[in-house]
Design a protein around this ligand. Structure first.
Ligand code: S3P
Length: 169
């Protein structure tokens, strides 16, 4: 299996879907934000606060280089801005989880720990700014994607099944 790279906007459910794919298929998985937090021994939120976004994006590019050289047969979930790294497609098959902005915003608000979910995301502090970022990114996600999966009105289980069928077989 080629690596499968899950991309999409904050809150679309990349982590949840990744856990469900692991459950259904037993594939090995990692998350780029987790790798960055381990490298830095601090949270993404802290990295943004102390070092700024440019520093964080540089870490993403370093992780991308490592992934493309050294990681095989793995499901890779990513932070919402990771899709911008150069040569994303060299890492693996790119799967874009698509939802409209209001649906993914509602998905976050419906979570029992909604406040925490929003707080840990520096670029999701303001609804209007986040919507602008979404509008700006939406066509770019589509452009780099090999496969687009519309996640609206589907359970994590259904989405995982679809990804396994379309990208992992
Ligand atoms: C970001 C998304 C976050 C995290 C960082 C930046 C973005 O990940 O990487 O806060 O630029 O969209 P999630 O998509 O998991 O929230």
């Amino acid at each position: 299996m080629k690596n499968v790279v899950l991309i999409g906007f904050m809150g679309v459910g990349k982590g949840t879907v990744s856990r469900e794919i692991i459950r259904q298929s037993g594939v090995v998985a990692l998350d780029t934000d987790d790798v960055i937090e381990s490298m830095e021994n601090r949270r993404v939120k802290k990295i943004f606060e102390v070092e700024g976004e440019t520093y964080f994006r540089d870490l993403e590019r370093r992780v991308a280089t490592w992934l493309s050289h050294s990681v095989r047969d793995t499901l890779i979930s990513t932070g919402g801005g990771f899709y911008k790294v150069p040569n994303l497609n060299l890492i693996g098959k790119v799967v874009y989880l698509y939802s409209d902005f209001e649906s993914l915003y509602q998905r976050i608000l419906n979570h029992p720990h909604a406040k925490k979910k929003l707080k840990k995301r520096p670029l999701f502090q303001d609804h209007k700014k986040a919507k602008e970022l979404f509008d700006q990114r939406a066509p770019q996600y589509e452009k780099v994607a090999d496969i687009i999966v519309d996640v609206r009105d589907k359970s994590a289980q259904q989405i995982a099944e679809e990804i396994i069928k379309k990208a992992m077989k």
